[in-house]
Design a protein around this ligand. Structure first.
Ligand SMILES: [Zn+2]
Length: 316
């Protein structure tokens, strides 16, 4: 709105006798996002949407529209693609449980996810070739003169590549989260303080790539319709605690195996942590990872009752 402020300022100045041109504000990128709220102004069909003031537009649909279309948002990405999002209202899904096991999940850098039942999911590695391409496109931008047409074109090329790689990552996370909520009835994860970890520059890059926050959000919203409950727990001491006897010892990053100095348990560092995460979610107060799970938070009770045996079975 600054453009308008300046416009009115110029109008005033002109009235006051100053020699200025009022000049109606001009926009270069006049619209990059547009929302039609409350089911008005748009009509969505299969592969086609008609928008008031714009007309009929074809689009590639990823799934059929179920329920009542409520809002429609059109957005332009940096690479110049237009994306359309149609939010729908559906009848409430009746909560149920899929009757599978409970699991704790430790999100990491070396392995994307380590589970308390000892399964491991690797990170999606973007091919070196793709990374090299992105670097090259970035170098081209820095060689171009600021404000030049060629630079704008180079930025566009880079954005296209960047969005392509981001889509590959996101696709991987969608598939992984979908798999998890359908394979388990209860998933506990660590609520990571990403701002804190970003201060550590060595880790920052990988964390940005991993986008754990994005992943746990995916788990959350996919869970209900899959009959799964997803909870976050306080990350305090999940790595340092022995999942067998509750001993707490220091665990420098270089130590990949938890060797307990008290009970002698030896377990993969991340799997040990994921068992503690599950313990925390199923015991009240989220205090010690070794508590035996007498009090279960009420909303989790249903999901856990059947799984108690498994939880303890895993830890030994
Ligand atoms: Zn121990």
């Amino acid at each position: 709105m600054d453009a308008y402020k300046s416009f009115f300022r110029r109008c005033k100045e002109k009235k006051a006798g100053k020699k200025v041109k009022a000049g109606f504000p001009r926009y270069r990128n006049f619209v990059s996002s547009l929302t039609y709220p409350q089911s008005r102004g748009f009509k969505a069909g299969r592969k086609k949407v008609s928008l008031s003031k714009i007309g009929s537009v074809n689009f590639v649909d990823h799934r059929e529209i179920e329920g009542q279309a409520k809002t429609c948002t059109i957005k332009k990405t940096k690479s110049g693609e237009w994306h359309i999002t149609i939010a729908v209202e559906k009848e409430d899904i009746i909560p149920f449980t899929n009757g599978k096991e409970a699991v704790g999940i430790d999100l990491g850098i070396n392995k994307y996810a380590a589970l308390s039942d000892a399964s491991i999911f690797q990170n999606k590695h973007i091919q070196k070739k793709e990374k090299r391409k992105m670097k090259r496109l970035q170098r081209i931008i820095s060689r171009r003169k600021k404000g030049s047409h060629k630079r704008r074109k180079a930025v566009l090329n880079f954005s296209r590549k960047y969005e392509h790689i981001a889509r590959i990552r996101e696709d991987h996370l969608h598939k992984l989260s979908y798999n998890l909520v359908h394979s388990y009835s209860f998933i506990a994860y660590e609520e990571l303080k990403i701002e804190n970890m970003m201060k550590n520059h060595r880790l920052a890059r990988s964390i940005g790539e991993e986008s754990w926050g994005n992943f746990t959000r995916m788990l959350q919203y996919k869970a209900e319709s899959a009959g799964c409950v997803v909870v976050g727990v306080n990350p305090k001491d999940t790595t340092k605690t022995c999942s067998n006897c509750g001993n707490i010892q220091n665990m420098p990053l270089s130590e990949r195996t938890y060797n307990c100095q008290r009970c002698g348990m030896s377990k993969d560092r991340d799997i040990n942590a994921s068992i503690n995460i599950l313990h925390k979610a199923t015991t009240s107060g989220q205090g010690g990872g070794h508590a035996s799970g007498d009090i279960v938070r009420p909303q989790l009770q249903e999901a856990n009752v059947a799984e108690r045996g498994t939880i303890h079975g895993v830890s030994r």
